[in-house]
Design a protein around this ligand. Structure first.
Ligand code: C2E
Ligand code: MG
Ligand code: MG
Ligand code: MG
Length: 290
């Protein structure tokens, strides 16, 4: 403290702080360059139903940094949100996911997959967010039900009126919605019934603690029950073990995502996996033995 603040509260030169600011500025200009030079890539993590059939994937962004290699979203999304760069980055994700859905049309094992896309608050709050998504869907001539937007509780609640209007408009166009990381925030039951969600996505922290703490089992059962009563899907994220799957399955969870079924994969590997299943089981589609 004494080092940083002068007598009158003015800041002295602080080399550590200076370095942090410079690193941040460098990261920001690298991010801008990545946007111009197509430096981002999407990974696809399978989402499976109770029969082990892959119904789609969540698309997860990575940054292919020229020096640092593959950078995970946790290391650049916060700065992208702070600087507003998340808006063009988010648009690129929606665009790329839609282009991919189009490319899969008519291809064995890939034809009716759905893609789930994460949406950040600054992106969702753009006045033209709804128009932007609609335009993209129209441009590719996609059936909108194949695109699912993942919104977090904090996004939903930070401007509930704007959220309701935009969700309803996109819902009318057929876009689907999932409540991401559900259970970690503060959404009230009241809002949950007002918002047109199609899916509650159980946060992976609860799944992780299954068998460790009794509370988490109770929370999971409660979320699955809520989804049932609302007439929407439940999806558990972060499923890593057969024990977790057994519990979730026994309690009626509809869909699963996690390392047990597959890590996020680059496009080629994700496609190869599904096409292999499609070839192995020509009569009954893409059932995966799990
Ligand atoms: P999320 O939306 O909750 O995504 C799930 C995260 O959990 C992913 O991390 C995924 O790799 C990880 N995960 C999935 N299954 C397992 C498992 O079985 N065990 C463990 N330990 N982890 C698992 P990832 O890809 O690092 O993404 C982190 C977060 O970054 C995402 O959390 C999401 O909030 C954000 N994110 C990713 N892609 C995008 C994007 O395109 N746009 C925006 N706005 N945010 C994104
Ligand atoms: Mg997500
Ligand atoms: Mg999540
Ligand atoms: Mg999460």
């Amino acid at each position: 403290q004494a080092k940083r603040n002068g007598r009158n509260g003015m800041q002295f030169y602080d080399p550590a702080m200076q370095q942090a600011l410079e690193a941040k500025a460098a990261l920001e200009s690298d991010l801008r360059r990545a946007l111009e030079e197509n430096g981002f890539v999407l990974y696809y993590q399978p989402q499976v139903d109770q029969d082990g059939r892959t119904i789609g994937a969540e698309v997860l962004i990575r940054w292919l940094h020229p020096q640092r290699g593959l950078v995970p979203p946790a290391e650049f999304i916060p700065l992208a949100e702070e600087t507003g760069l998340i808006v063009p980055i988010g648009n690129w994700v929606v665009e790329t996911a839609c282009a991919q859905l189009k490319l899969w049309e008519g291809r064995a094992g890939l034809d009716d997959l759905q893609l789930a896309v994460n949406v950040s608050a600054p992106q969702f709050r753009q006045a033209d967010f709804v128009a932007q998504v609609r335009r993209t869907l129209e441009r590719y001539g996609l059936s909108p039900g194949r695109l699912k937007l993942e919104l977090t509780e904090s996004l939903v609640l930070d401007d509930i009126d704007d959220t309701i209007v935009k969700m309803q408009q996109l819902r009318e166009s057929g876009v689907r919605f999932s409540m991401d990381d559900f259970g970690t925030g503060y959404s009230s039951l009241y809002y949950l019934t007002k918002l047109p969600f199609d899916q509650l996505k159980i946060d992976r922290s609860f799944v992780h603690n299954l068998g460790v703490t009794q509370n988490d089992a109770v929370i999971i059962q409660t979320i699955i029950g809520m989804a049932e009563n609302l007439g929407i899907e439940s999806l558990a994220e972060g499923v890593e073990t057969e024990e977790q799957l057994g519990f979730l399955n026994a309690h009626g969870c509809n869909l699963y995502q996690g390392f047990l079924f597959g890590r996020p994969l680059p496009l080629e590997q994700f496609q190869a996996r599904l096409q292999a299943f499609a070839q192995k089981r020509p009569d009954d589609g893409i059932h995966a033995a799990t």
